[in-house]
Design a protein around this ligand. Structure first.
Ligand code: ATP
Length: 270
């Protein structure tokens, strides 16, 4: 027994380690805009295949961190590693879903979704087949030939998501993706997002202002301190994704976590 037990323990530990491999690591990242210190020695790990939310007071540097991870901004010091390699420019391993959709108004849905692949020189028939799959996955089947102005805000948001998915990036960077849609659409979209997290094995990094949303959709929530921002706490909610909206709102554990995050953030907003 005394020989077997440690082996079992070791096997379990190895499994644990591979299960928490990081897709993205931010290491001692600082960012100054002139005299404004937005981030200071921020270190944070983003486990592969999981959704991490960045939550914090307005102006604490959430978007700045997202842009640095995306390679759109250079940190003043520190580094970002994606799949074990340092990055300092945009790359095909990361895709943005912007809060303002960033769609091309003159192009129909399928062209918008396939645009990233078009830029990479993927042949038309191939890129349109890929785009069609993701248009269907985000619930927009039948709207392939529509133009952005013919769609609601929520639908345009889905086009942006389908475009990010179609380039097959490992890491999806989402900056308040649901802020511009009504509550019902938001809820539906959150459910669709969770389905994608489950089915796609991609790493989602998600900026939100909504505590409730963060607790519902996240594997891990990083609570950020106000400027110059650092991580104050990591919370890992579990078990809420399978609940419907009404059950979750009355669940004592859910309410506890929401309260705990509120207590953390309240001191900065008061
Ligand atoms: N280009 C810039 N030049 C100067 N200051 C900037 C610039 N971009 C951001 N900042 C400042 O850096 C800080 C962090 O901004 P950032 O947009 O990253 O915060 P945020 O947490 O995403 O804010 P919000 O929640 O309001 O969207 C803010 O004080 C902001 O005013």
């Amino acid at each position: 027994m005394s020989v077997v037990m440690p082996q079992i323990k070791e096997a379990v530990m190895q499994l644990d380690v591979s299960g928490t491999e990081n897709a993205v690591v931010a290491r001692n990242v600082s960012k100054n805009y002139g005299k404004v210190e937005a981030l200071k020695n921020m270190s944070l790990e983003f486990p592969r295949g999981q959704l991490t939310s960045l939550l914090g007071p307005s102006g604490c540097g959430k978007t700045t961190l997202l842009k640095i991870i995306g390679g759109l901004l250079q940190p003043t010091s520190g580094e970002i590693e994606v799949n074990g390699k340092p990055v300092n420019a945009p790359g095909p391993d990361r895709a943005f879903v912007f809060q303002d959709f960033a769609l091309m108004p003159w192009a129909n849905v399928i062209r918008n979704v396939a645009f990233g692949l078009e830029l990479r020189g993927v042949a038309k028939s191939e890129r349109e087949a890929i785009a069609e799959k993701y248009i269907a996955d985000v619930g927009l089947k039948g709207f392939e030939k529509s133009y952005p102005h013919e769609l609601s805000g929520g639908m345009r948001q889905r086009v942006g998501l389908a475009r990010a998915l179609s380039v097959d990036a490992d890491v999806l960077l989402m900056d308040e993706p649901f802020s511009a849609v009504d509550e019902q659409t938001r809820r539906k979209f959150q459910e669709d997002l969770l389905r994608l997290v489950q089915n796609e094995n991609k790493t989602f990094i998600f900026v939100t202002h909504s505590i409730e949303e963060a607790v519902y959709v996240s594997d891990q929530i990083a609570i950020l301190l106000p400027r110059p921002s650092r991580v104050s706490e990591i919370i890992r909610p579990t078990g809420f994704r399978s609940m419907d909206a009404d059950t979750i709102r009355r669940n004592p554990e859910y309410l506890d976590i929401v309260d705990r995050i509120w207590a953390s953030l309240r001191s900065y907003v008061e």
